[in-house]
Design a protein around this ligand. Sequence first.
Ligand code: SF4
Length: 372
Amino acid sequence: MEDMTLLLERLRGRLPSEEPGARGLERVARNPGCLRLRTLVMIGVIPASAARDIYGFPAEEEESHFALSAGNKFERRLLENGAAGLLDLYRAAGRLGPTECRVCFVPDLRPQFQFAEASKRWTLTDGLLLKKLVRDPEAPNILIKPRLPVPLLGSEHDIEPDALVAADSERFYTPVEVKSYPDRGGKTDPADVRNACRQVAVAVVALRHAASRLGVADPESLVPATADLILRRPGSNFPVLRSMPLKGEVYSIARVQNEADRTIDEVKGLIRPGSTLDDPTTLDLIPNNYLESCRENCALAGVCKRQAIVAGNPVLLGNRVKEELAGAGSINRALELLHDRSDSTVCWKEQRLRNALQEALRAYRKVVNHGR
Ligand code: SF4
């Protein structure tokens, strides 16, 4: 049997391998029904590259240049002067005491340890995590940009959470995600909060994995499904700290974690032996699962929407209509049923849908004809 790593490399064809990062990994959990996205992540191709290099389609990602530079500026302010802003925030929230000020900038340790390989960066992060586990009084209270591997879909992917934080009295660290979105309380865009939560949930999974690697028997109780979100106070650059429960987000990532074998078996059953996925005709054979939310989540949305239009996919009319027309499978078939134009056998599900559609059409005509 072909080795999984070699198989994934072969399927990637001429494209270079890329790390999806926490954001890319959480997207898989957002649309677990999309075999195409799952496959691309497995073979190490990010959706933006697939859109551009496989389909020749302008990618619809990512954050605007303006949003990126605002985010970087906000994060820089928190981390400058030895992460003074971050320490102040946690002290003001009562989460760190005045003497709990040991901050470790993990990327800055790189030259000292001369590690070019990712595995050495994990080792370094592991060493710092171990200090905390053995209650070493010198264990940092804040780790900035630690490197953690997270096993997902058959490979270990590297992620770099913004920070990990723990008071001296705490057994282990809490992951932290910094976003420059303004925190407007209940009026904060729920999509922004949801996306940030899903992203930091990947760090929870990675931290549990690290704890287990370091010999912790019950990593779930050591690393609960919670994380800190740092947002921006509206109209200023001051940070706001929110502790977020992430049970659902962590569960959805854990659910796709072990899907590697099933994914690869499905892919092998769909494409010709020896073919590679850097070819649009072959990649088209891997089913997608276009959703309304794809537009905001995935750079392949333009490609997949075009395919949804060709297929007459009811999701184009919204998720609710997709549910309603599930019995027909396509907008064209629904129209055939509605107007009794079907020249193939109509099954019981379609009959039920035809009755509902025709009833709705009669009601609509009655309304527009003022009851006549
Ligand atoms: S845009 Fe396409 S590939 Fe991306 S998640 Fe949606 S259906 Fe899947």
